[in-house]
Write a protein that binds this ligand. Structure first.
Ligand code: C2O
Ligand code: CU
Ligand code: CU
Length: 510
């Protein structure tokens, strides 16, 4: 047992080297030069701070499956200042604390790294300055810490945080978040509170992650050629760090806020009785109005906000949120649960009668604003391809550290259309740091096979920081670069793809 743990938890024995990362020229000189050019770090905004907390990434041993506890890396946190409910937990297992912030707060966090390797803390989806964004060019070294501060300016919604280190041998996002470093972050505001959506124990916050365990419950992470191609797939799915377990509910509406924190798995969320799925929000907050889907397609890093009304249920009824089957077009060879397998996620057992609760509002956000385009709005194209020797690329390039090409520079204040064209056989959940965007067009260009049975569940309305681009698709998004100049990342959020180079910086020039 010791030895396996050593391989998985300890780092010396784990090789995350892959052909792709070996081919990536990781340009440390360019990074150094870039840091000199850059303005002085904006990591510290002045106080006073409304919220002040400490977040530590550390090894721990926690119960996950029945039997022996598992060794993980997890975030622990302590609140120095701020509302008591700023830090709570969705689990007694490994997922990071639920960080609950309010729009308008000024936040300071001291990030501590007692791990044996570099890490960072990235606030996924938040509009924060480059230097507090947890990018790989600003690692927190083993034994060191970093203090960051930012204003909470984003819409109310479910965001999340996770590491983002990338060294000469490739990225460690997949490994570190797999080891347990990831947590949900909620932003609240008055607009949302006025809607009176289900709260307290009628609000379920669910973090979905697939994992594989060895014989004595050791977390097992498989790297190599196969996972570089399609990403890591575990042999079971954990919800908030535990095997799916039934939740007791009453006869009333519930709000389910779901984060796909998996390395590579795409979920096809559906109700076991075939009822439509009611969507009220996406990663960037509430939709203008609720939408219904037969099922919801949730790629890695995306969040979805669902509403389900159990008012008409009877005590004793059961309903489950499942991940339904789809065709991934990939034959065999899975050591884990294949992409496209059907399994149960959240069984709900109706055990009590309850007040009906307020109905679902017909309008959720009257002034949901997205950037508007004109025929003159520039279009920037990103071609997603598979290179023969090295893996996935964006416009023929892979990660090279903090350098940008001429066509990766945008201007502060500008609005642009970015189009992602997927000419590969794998889906790519494309993520842009530092902002929320709108999806304005999705079209099929070619008949690349596989990954069918997911289209009807795509939720393109609302605001997003991550958008799924299926094989053969062209997806257009519109984004506006505001407030902060400097470097940000854009990448595929299949963690094995990003760690193997499907990631680049872009620069916002003032
Ligand atoms: Cu979830 Cu580059 O991040
Ligand atoms: Cu991000
Ligand atoms: Cu990808």
């Amino acid at each position: 047992r010791r030895q396996l743990l050593g391989q998985i938890g300890g780092l010396a024995g784990v090789s995350i080297l892959s052909p792709a990362s070996l081919l990536v020229a990781y340009n440390t000189e360019a990074i150094a030069a870039d840091d000199k050019r850059a303005a002085p770090p904006q990591r510290i905004t002045n106080g006073p701070f409304d919220v002040d907390f400490r977040l530590r990434a550390e090894p721990d041993t926690v119960p996950i499956l029945p039997g022996a506890p598992s060794e993980v890396w997890r975030y622990t946190a302590a609140l120095m200042r701020g509302p008591q409910d700023t830090l709570t937990s969705v689990s007694g297992s490994y997922p990071g604390p639920l960080i609950r912030l309010r729009r308008g707060q000024r936040v300071r966090a001291r990030l501590e790294n007692p791990l044996p390797e570099d890490t960072t803390v990235h606030w996924h989806g938040l509009h924060v300055p480059p230097d507090v964004d947890g990018q790989p060019r600003l690692p927190i070294k083993p034994g060191e810490d970093m203090t960051v501060a930012f204003d909470v300016v984003d819409r109310a919604g479910l965001y999340w945080y996770h590491p983002h280190p990338h060294g000469p041998n490739g990225g460690r996002v997949g490994f570190q978040s797999y080891a347990g470093l990831a947590g949900p972050l909620i932003i609240e505001d008055d607009t949302e509170r006025a809607l009176n959506l289900p709260a307290g124990d009628q609000e379920l916050i669910l973090v979905l992650q697939d994992r594989t365990f060895a014989g004595e419950n050791e977390l097992t992470f498989v790297d190599g050629m196969r996972s570089m191609m399609r990403g890591f797939f575990g042999d079971r799915v954990l919800v908030n760090g535990y095997s799916p377990t039934a939740r007791e509910v009453g006869t009333r509406p519930y709000r389910l806020r779901i984060l796909n924190g998996s390395n590579a798995r795409i979920y096809k969320l559906a109700w076991s009785d075939g009822r439509p799925v009611t969507v009220i929000g996406t990663g960037g907050g509430l939709l203008g109005a609720p939408e219904q889907r037969p099922y919801v397609t949730l790629p890695p890093a995306q969040r979805i906000d669902l509403w389900v009304d159990l008012s008409d249920a009877k005590v004793g009824d059961q309903l489950a949120l499942v991940s339904d089957a789809y065709n991934s077009g990939m034959m065999g060879g899975y050591s884990g649960l294949p992409a496209g397998a059907r399994f149960e996620l959240v069984p709900l057992h109706v055990t009590r009668r309850a007040d009906k609760g307020p109905p679902l509002p017909k309008v959720l956000d009257l002034d949901l604003k997205t950037s508007s385009t004109t025929p003159a709005t520039p279009i920037r194209t990103f071609d997603l391809r598979m290179e023969m020797m090295s893996g996935f690329s964006i416009n023929g390039r892979q990660f090279q550290g903090a350098v940008v090409a001429d066509d990766e520079i945008v201007t502060l204040g500008d609005t642009e259309i970015w189009e992602f064209v997927n000419d590969s056989m794998m889906p790519h959940p494309m993520h842009v740091h530092g902002l929320q965007f709108a999806v304005i067009e999705r079209s099929k260009r070619s008949g690349l096979r596989g990954w069918t049975g997911l289209d009807a569940g795509l939720v393109d309305a609302g605001l997003h920081d991550t958008v799924l681009v299926l094989p053969g698709e062209r997806v257009r998004i519109v984004l506006t670069f505001t407030d902060f100049d400097g470097l940000y990342l854009y990448h595929c959020h299949n963690m094995e793809h990003e760690d193997n180079g499907m990631m680049r910086y872009y620069r916002v020039r003032s």
